[in-house]
Write a protein that binds this ligand. Structure first.
Ligand SMILES: Nc1ncnc2c1ncn2[C@@H]1O[C@H](COP(=O)(O)OP(=O)(O)OP(=O)(O)O)[C@@H](O)[C@H]1O
Ligand SMILES: [Mg+2]
Length: 474
């Protein structure tokens, strides 16, 4: 077996953590883990306190093959424990390791930070896909974007990384600032500013300010990438200007610095020309949706800002299919014909609901004649929740949805506002699978969307298990 190149050598660990190991001298690690269920042999296990105290799992980590553990000074060595790094605060030590990882990158390496009210993960994954064509790329796992997710992603970054892509999120003002200062991006994207997580903010403008913190990690002249068509674009521009960074806008408007022309939605994605300064790139996106295309414009802006071959990088987007729960499509075999299932069950807020409904409307009627939306509660909207749910009616109408099935107490506000002809059914998520199984017909397109906590993912799985065609996708 090939020995793996260490992520951190013994001396690098000692230098970054500022402590000598207890219980052995040399120890190199090949990865970083905070969860023994996913730990790989050779990892450094970091005992963090979140829902549970990671110190309870140190023994399990060593049994699973951990090379070392990062624990607090008070931890009592257990039989079977290996090399321990004892620190006053393991989270702070993880941050130190993350900073060391950023500091050791080669000067020509380029780093991009992504925040926004929606589309962070999608945009991060597009950048990962694009940049992987050009060089060694390291990016956040899933939505690891918070006070431990960002330093963990940094600490996992190999020394020879050419491109780093970091998702940075927040629930409160002031949370992005320390994270962007760890990441020190060369280009930073704010995908969009929307009324999400409003319970911790007095206004959407205050959300814009909190997102704008990401620009504080940029160097002077670094690219501050801002959505042109957003009510808070000017606010973000002003923040970027004050910081001495360079605002770059993106959007469908020809006045945006990076803009789309000849946008055309199809049922297998979309096509457009992306115009960056004096260059134009024809691009095919395998992922449908105007909002996804808009994210791709932000990607193009970032690629241009870090000085890579934009055309070669963007070509990768033709092969990037939507992930499960975020727009993945599959064909259902119903007696006598096919229906198309669009799985948006992982995430929902007012902006992404509207975007998903608009995308549903791009599925051609000739192929799928009846449009069905199965909509569940959007969570974490605070006291505006009833109005924001009822307010989806315009988007349902605009998308010419034929039938709506609704789930959850908030979504009842929308359901009640619909005309009888559009009411498919209102029920808990647990019963929705049976209802849909009996109601779906060949020629339907059914889009299922809610916040993950509403549990419509199980409905998607149920439909795929009963009607799914092995390996098929539209
Ligand atoms: N620019 C956009 N505007 C509105 N909705 C979007 C946009 N980009 C993506 N979405 C939709 O928002 C939802 C969430 O996307 P994604 O997971 O990329 O967001 P996120 O910001 O990473 O979310 P989280 O805060 O949960 O990490 C998906 O349904 C996606 O299609
Ligand atoms: Mg995310």
């Amino acid at each position: 077996m090939n020995a793996m190149k260490p992520l951190w050598t013994s001396s690098q660990l000692i230098a970054a953590l500022g402590v000598e190991p207890d219980g052995g001298d040399g120890v190199a690690v090949t990865g970083i883990s905070i969860d023994t269920r996913t730990l790989q042999a050779g990892d450094l296990f970091v005992a963090l306190k979140d829902q549970r105290d990671g110190h309870e799992f140190v023994s399990t980590a060593f049994k699973a093959g951990a090379a070392a553990a990062l624990v607090s000074t008070g931890y009592t060595r257990q039989p079977g424990d290996g090399v321990l790094f004892r620190v006053s605060d393991p989270l702070a030590a993880l941050v130190a390791l993350g900073r060391a990882a950023r500091a050791r990158l080669a000067p020509e390496a380029r780093v991009i930070g992504v925040t926004g009210s929606a589309g962070k993960t999608g945009t991060k994954e597009m950048l990962r896909t694009c940049l992987s064509r050009l060089g060694a790329t390291h990016a956040s796992e899933k939505s690891y974007n918070n006070h431990w997710g960002v330093p963990l992603t940094l600490a996992r970054m190999p020394e020879d990384t050419r491109f780093g892509v970091f998702e940075i999120g927040m629930n409160h003002a002031g949370e992005i600032r320390p994270l962007t200062k760890m990441v020190r991006p060369h280009a930073a994207i704010v995908t969009t500013v929307e009324a999400v997580h409003l319970e911790h903010f007095p206004s959407v403008a205050a959300i814009a300010d909190a997102k704008g913190e990401i620009f504080e990690g940029l160097p002077q002249g670094g690219a501050a990438i801002i959505k042109f068509d957003n009510p808070h674009a000017r606010r973000l521009r002003a923040i970027a200007d004050i910081l001495g960074t360079k605002p770059v806008t993106f959007g469908f408007d020809a006045a945006a610095d990076v803009h789309a022309s000849a946008f055309r939605a199809s049922d297998d994605g979309s096509d457009m020309t992306i115009n960056v300064r004096d260059k134009s790139y024809p691009v095919h996106l395998a992922m449908p949706g105007r909002h996804i295309a808009e994210n791709a414009l932000a990607v193009a802006a970032a690629l241009d800002a870090i000085g890579v071959d934009v055309e070669m990088a963007l070509a990768a987007l033709a092969d990037l299919a939507p992930p499960s729960g975020r727009g993945a499509r599959s064909v259902l075999q119903l007696g006598g014909g096919e229906a198309l299932l669009i799985d948006e069950s992982y995430n929902a807020n007012p902006a992404s609901m509207k975007a998903a409904l608009a995308t549903l409307a791009t599925v051609p009627r000739q192929k799928y004649g009846r449009r069905i939306a199965v909509l569940g509660d959007m969570l974490e909207l605070g006291s505006d929740a009833p109005a924001l749910h009822a307010g989806l009616k315009d988007a349902v109408d605009a998308a010419e949805v034929d039938l709506v099935f609704a789930c959850g107490p908030h979504m009842q506000n929308l359901y009640d506002a619909l005309p009888a002809a559009k009411k498919g059914g209102y029920s808990p998520a647990s019963a929705m699978g049976d209802i849909l199984a009996s109601q779906l017909r060949p020629g339907d397109v059914v889009m299922i969307k809610a916040s993950n906590g509403t549990r419509l993912g199980a409905v998607v799985e149920r439909l795929k298990a009963q009607f799914g065609k092995q390996g098929a996708a539209a």
